[in-house]
Write a new protein. Structure first.
Length: 256
């Protein structure tokens, strides 16, 4: 079994694989400062609560967009799981070529998603990740990562509304009964959800137009990805485990 960890700006998502089967998943907040001991204890307790003996782990892999947590997290994994975690970064075997102007600037999470989408669905594929930011990454039929678009995530937009506008509340992000809102909360929900749907459809259309590739498979993932994918025909597949699968694939490619 291996432990895979995706460290996002808001949450860490952890998964345990036995072969290609995802046996368990759990989440932790990223923004809370923790020592290596705290990470180690929390992770081992979460594993044990899922019926998994940490001593059975043969390895671990981490992809992070939050450098500040990495020293404590990696140290905790070494001390409490006995594994030597692989850190997703430059120099790894990925199976894709990054052809952007500065390949080293591409976030680890985007590389992981691209690897998973290309391995699972082949190319050309456009990968959408609805996280703290909403990202759109194009991988060609030859496995070339050629372009990426970054937009504010739905939660960032929601937080901007209620923190910057004195009379707007913090709301639950969900689709309202109608776009024809008649009060504050549903009007915000309508703007956030339908605005994201409109943005998604337009960006997908422009990517196809400017790349000249019409037969792009569009794959979405991320916490709020299901909400958007269910409301548009522009997204072909919603894959909730895409990032975790990508970490497993990278671990296998770089196994020593």
């Amino acid at each position: 079994m291996i432990l895979v960890i995706d460290v996002g700006n808001t949450n860490m998502t952890l998964g345990v694989y036995e072969g290609k089967e995802l046996k368990a998943t759990f989440r932790m907040t990223t923004k809370t400062p923790r020592t290596s001991d705290e990470y180690g204890v929390m992770i081992t307790q979460l594993l044990e609560n899922k019926g998994i003996d940490p001593k059975m782990l043969e390895g671990s892999i981490v992809a992070s967009v939050v450098p500040d947590v990495m020293h404590s997290l990696m140290s905790g994994l070494v001390r409490y799981t006995g594994t030597k975690p692989v850190n997703v970064g430059p120099g790894m075997k990925t199976g894709i070529r990054i052809l952007t102007e500065d390949p080293r600037a591409i976030g680890a999470d985007r590389i992981v998603d691209a690897v998973a989408a290309y391995e699972k669905y082949k190319g050309p594929v456009l990968v959408l990740d609805f996280g703290t930011a909403t990202t759109y990454d194009l991988i060609t039929e030859k496995g070339e990562f050629t372009a990426g678009i970054t937009a504010p995530g739905i939660r960032i937009s929601s937080e901007a509304l209620w923190t910057q506008a004195a009379k707007l509340p913090n709301i639950e992000i969900r689709k309202p009964k109608s776009i024809l809102a008649q009060e504050t909360i549903s009007s915000m929900q309508a703007g956030l959800v339908y605005g994201q749907i409109g943005q998604t459809e337009y960006i997908i259309r422009k990517v196809k137009e400017e790349s000249g590739i019409e037969n792009i498979k569009v794959v979405a993932t991320g916490g709020l990805g299901r909400l958007i994918a269910d409301e548009t025909d522009s997204i072909d597949i919603y894959d909730s485990s895409l990032t975790l699968d990508g970490l497993r694939i990278l671990y296998d490619k770089n196994r020593r």
